[in-house]
Ligand binder design. Structure first.
Ligand SMILES: [Fe+2]
Ligand SMILES: [Fe+2]
Length: 224
């Protein structure tokens, strides 16, 4: 596929997984905001789409690019599901409680320095966590087995998971705003610093994770 500013962000990410590195660098949402054209996504971030296209070309034509990522458009669907669970779900179950403990600690110890922001951040994180706890469980217990068994999932069932993803994306966006794009404040202690880095990594992983579900797994299962 030739890439242009009119190409949709989610489609670029699905066909060229390494392009997601470029999107992550520029804060372009390729999972829940995947339906928009690259030009519109760039306008939102106030960056030049031509420059972004050049960076994508460099990533996808770099030596070893083919080996760096498996082509999930073609791998067996069962392998993709196992990959999603092992690479994203299992680590989330460890990471979310760790981040919760840090967010509570930072609020408890430093809440007086910036009460509104740190309080809103803790609330936002807890909403995200409870949404994800239930979501991961339902995907593994209900959605993924039915996608694999029936090949074509119930469209309405998939739609409610896509809605969850949209809410997760909105919460991540709020967290990015509340952390000032994950810029660590000068007065931050070690836990505060680790929390900001942990939240940035959480965003990157969730964007990749949701992208694989919204733009690869669900369309492939619907077409099977
Ligand atoms: Fe998932
Ligand atoms: Fe999901």
């Amino acid at each position: 596929m030739s890439l242009s500013p009119e190409s949709r962000v989610g489609e670029i990410a699905a066909r060229h997984p390494l392009a997601t590195r470029v999107f992550a660098r520029h804060g372009i949402d390729f999972c829940c905001g995947g339906g928009v054209a690259l030009a519109d996504a760039c306008a939102k971030r106030e960056i030049d789409p031509a420059g972004v296209l050049q960076e994508i070309e460099r990533e996808i034509t770099s030596p070893g690019a083919d080996l760096a990522t498996r082509n999930w458009q073609e791998a067996p669907l069962g392998d993709l599901v196992v990959h999603i669970v092992e690479r994203y779900h299992d680590p989330l179950r460890e990471e979310l409680p760790r981040l919760e403990a840090m967010a509570r600690r930072v609020f408890r110890v430093h809440g007086d320095k910036d009460p509104e922001r740190l309080g809103a951040l803790l609330e936002s994180f807890l909403r995200l966590k409870s949404e994800l706890d239930e979501h991961l469980h339902e995907e593994e217990e209900s959605l993924f087995p039915s996608l694999l068994l029936a090949a074509a999932g119930q469209p309405s069932q998939v739609a409610s998971f896509v809605d969850d993803h949209t809410r997760v994306g909105q919460e991540l966006h709020r967290i990015r705003e509340l952390t000032d794009d994950f810029r660590v404040p000068a007065e931050a202690c070690n836990t505060w610093n680790a929390l900001w880095h942990g939240l940035a990594a959480l965003e990157t992983d969730l964007h990749e994770h949701i992208h694989l579900e919204n733009n690869v797994l669900f369309p492939r299962a619907a077409a099977a």
